[in-house]
Design a protein around this ligand. Structure first.
Ligand code: UDP
Length: 468
């Protein structure tokens, strides 16, 4: 294979933590190769997070360009430049559409980069579909990153074309003929993908971004081939553009914890649990989940009654959590600030993860061989939960008492499933499987592994400029 020479990659992540973090890991992986430089586009308010995240990287290899986030968008509160700061995720579409106003600025910067040495390729988020036009105008290949896995991507596309489910109830099981082993329900998909929402701003956004993706030169997928080969192979046989598995990207983080530093309080607490010989359940629902007060209360009661030790990282405030903290002092810890989730999952005391199954969280758990208690809330999370629990067998599933994947979950179910994961036989089974999965993930990311080789190949085929 040709070696990579003088490649300049522009990365443009979407402004949400779940989309930005994996792209930053990708930057790290690109820079482990010789001859590659990276420029990251972002906005002023997102820049400090990015600069801090990549603070240990040699400055000559990476630069960050800050663009102005559009102001005076009637629906958006001023100063909000990341979805985790939106007062409600119902503002997602106005937020995503606002980014389109950044196109002229982006193109001006891109042009100045092109005159000062050139850009080999752009890897931009699928939600920033308008960057496809910018790339096309400048004659630069664009690769798309959505942050979802092959399973969710493939099943969603197949569902869009297979109309056999039309007229079914939201929780009625059905199968897709090419995947007969898999039970699905319409509730596993967002309305915009399951045929129940066929017009309106969200539908238009999906159409626009999908067309931009189809016109792009490839899809960068945060997963690894061995784990989802059936879905990746199917996708690449049936759909365009070609998808490339280069993950799990979170494994690029490995070196970071070796540096001497003051441990965060949550890690000190976990050290203490380890010394007491207690297994800890880590509980977190990502950076943007919206949980009703009523549901939060059931979670809290279930955790309290389960009698397991737990570390709960949560954005919500309020008396439910204060009461819980009081009741479980010593056994449970509630943390309200940003933590390094990978560091927590890697801690020896952590033996389970109650998670919303954002794909980053699920992958991080798999990589650290921590079994998952899947409790999806929104977006692609219901499909991720199916993948984790039904397909890969690395987690158990929380379902409402009526069996619905979207229903209200009572505290008795939370208590039962937490005990099952941490102490039960089914928990043992998924623990064994996630260990194997974690080992396979690490192999894929080694220098001879499938993901490492795929990233080399992707850069060589799509981004390489020959110096001669
Ligand atoms: N995360 C973190 N600390 C926090 C909250 C979240 O490091 O306090 C990271 C987490 O490790 C993951 C990302 O934020 O990498 C969240 O992405 P995910 O896809 O799991 O969920 P989302 O937030 O997009 O729903």
């Amino acid at each position: 294979m040709d070696s990579i020479t003088s490649v300049h990659v522009v990365l443009f992540p979407f402004m949400s933590k779940g989309h930005t973090i994996p792209i930053l890991h990708l930057a790290r992986l690109l820079l482990l190769r010789t001859g590659i430089t990276v420029t990251i586009f972002t906005t002023h308010a997102n820049s400090p997070f990015i600069r801090q995240f990549l603070g240990d990287i040699q400055q000559s290899l990476i630069s960050v360009i800050e663009l102005e986030f559009p102001s005076n968008i009637p629906e958006l509160p001023p100063g909000v430049e990341s979805t985790d700061h939106l007062p409600s995720m119902s503002l997602f579409i106005p937020f995503a559409n606002a980014t389109k106003l950044m196109q002229p600025d982006f193109e001006r910067s891109l042009n100045s980069l092109s005159t000062s040495g050139g850009v080999s390729c752009i890897i931009s988020d699928g939600f920033l579909g308008w960057t496809q036009q910018s790339a096309h105008k400048s004659g630069i290949p664009r690769l798309v990153f959505y942050g979802i896995n092959n399973y969710a991507m493939t099943i969603t596309k197949v569902l869009a074309m297979d109309r056999s489910h039309v007229g079914l109830g939201p929780d009625e099981p059905f199968i897709l003929s090419d995947f007969p082993w898999m039970k699905l329900t319409l509730n596993d998909f967002l309305p915009v993908f399951n045929g129940s929402e066929t017009e309106g701003p969200h539908f238009e956004f999906v159409m626009e971004t999908s067309i931009a993706t189809a016109k792009s030169q490839g899809l960068v997928v945060n997963s690894f081939y061995e784990y989802e080969s059936a879905y990746l192979d199917y996708y690449n046989r049936e759909f365009i553009p070609k998808a490339w598995c280069v993950g799990p990207l979170c494994l690029a983080e490995v070196q970071k914890f070796d540096r001497p530093r003051e441990k965060p309080d949550s890690i000190k607490w976990l050290d203490q649990k380890l010394a007491e010989g207690r297994s800890v359940l880590y509980v977190a629902f990502g950076s943007q989940a919206e949980i009703t007060e009523e549901q939060l209360r059931e979670m809290a009661v279930g955790l309290e009654r389960s009698e397991v030790s737990f570390l709960w990282v949560v954005r919500s405030k309020g008396e439910v959590l204060e009461e819980l903290e009081e009741k479980v002092k010593g056994r449970g810890l509630v943390v309200r600030e940003w933590v390094n989730q990978v560091e927590i999952l890697r801690h020896e005391s952590v033996h389970g993860f109650m998670s919303h199954c954002g794909w980053n969280s699920a992958l991080e758990s798999i990589c650290e061989s921590v079994p998952i208690l899947a409790w999806p809330m929104m977006a692609d999370q219901h499909l991720n939960a199916r993948l984790v629990a039904d397909e890969l067998g690395v987690g158990l599933r929380i379902l409402a008492s009526n069996g619905s994947v979207r229903g209200f979950v009572g505290s008795e179910i939370v208590e039962k499933m937490v005990k099952e994961l941490m102490e039960g036989e089914k928990g043992e089974d998924v623990r064994r499987k996630v260990k194997e999965a974690g080992e396979a993930a690490r192999k894929a990311m080694e220098e001879s592994g499938s993901s490492w080789r795929t990233l080399d190949q992707l850069i060589n085929e799509t981004c390489r400029r020959k110096d001669h």
